[in-house]
Design a protein around this ligand. Sequence first.
Ligand code: KG4
Ligand code: ZN
Length: 398
Amino acid sequence: MIFTRNTKILAIETSCDETAISIIEVKKSFFGPYQFSILSNIVATQVELHAKYGGVFPAMAKREHAKNIVPLFIEAMNEAGLVSNSEKDTDLSRIKEILQREDALFEMFEKDIAGLENPGFDAIAVTNGPGLEPTLWVGICFAKALGQLWNIPVVPTNHMEGHIVSFLPQKENNDFELRIPNLKFPLVSLLVSGGHTEIVLVKGLGKYKIVGRTRDDAVGEAFDKVARVLGLPYPGGPEVSRLARAHRESGLSDEIKFPRPMIHSKDFDFSYSGLKTAVRYYVEENPIKDEVDKQKVARAFEDAAIECLVEKTFKAIKKYKPKRLIVGGGVSANTYLRNELISRLQKNKINIPVEFPRSDMTGDNALMIGIAGALHFMRNKKSATSIKLVADGNLELG
Ligand code: KG4
Ligand code: ZN
């Protein structure tokens, strides 16, 4: 399909504890690269709210999304300079039906959005899973209501596909080029977050095969639980990692050795619940006395957790011989993981690039949803929009 004009996409992400809105514009000429412009990219995190409980509370998360999504959307529209009022009177009866379980959201929609003109959006990309179903529904209902108001399609987008494509915008600036035709496949994608630990074989855009996954806890979840055992705030990943680094840099030896579950299994799967339990037992038997004790445990845990990721990723690289390794998800921010992957590639003389998301795209965001949604929408409008749009907490990549 030849695109001679810009495609403008609104993207919405509400799968967990981040409400996120992004507005992107994509230009594509027949032979040229995709030219992306980020007009707005906002993330409102609920981390502080959930920190008190040591994890995400779905009912509370849903309420927060419903409260924040309209103001966040207006903020994004203002940032992109796209707010203009419509002259015509809108019949809201269908929108009221779409938002029938979201009274407060409907009221805000009626007050602040119903009178807005469509500033040229071609489609709305929204996360339809995996994630927490109550929170996913907020984003989906909001997207459907806007789609109805402006008579534009809503593109269901897989959250994990978002994490896969999040390596694409390499620079921190707002305009970037994607030379998609130059991207050689297959790729091996390591997806590591609070809810997922997967190795995905990427055979093309939209062509995914999960070759390995965790049998129990996700690696981010293990970081969060170990943080709790060490009395650190939620989410624990960055804190545990900071303590581990301090211990490594102090030159002290790694005297504790935690198990590396499944590291030698013949598949590409992971298991983190035994490691987490081992840390808990160790701390029960050897109570933390000082900061160095804390650092020691954090380091021993991180060493074990990351070694499992690196080992299985390289096993997958050996088997599938990808053109590059890509990493995504909250735990891809982990410096030790990044360094270990890079040095393992060098040590094994495997000459492929390894790509990580830029710093604002490791955690959940709507930009990655916009990129994944835009690529599908621009390549094949019909198949992207004909899928039934419901929240699916366990949505698989496929
Ligand atoms: O992708 P994400 O923002 O949300 C989910 O979809 O789960 O990932 C959040 C997870 C949390 O478990 C958090 O502790 C972990 O990513 N995380 C880290 C680091 N930064 C975030 N884990 C280890 N090291 C980090 N630097
Ligand atoms: Zn995520």
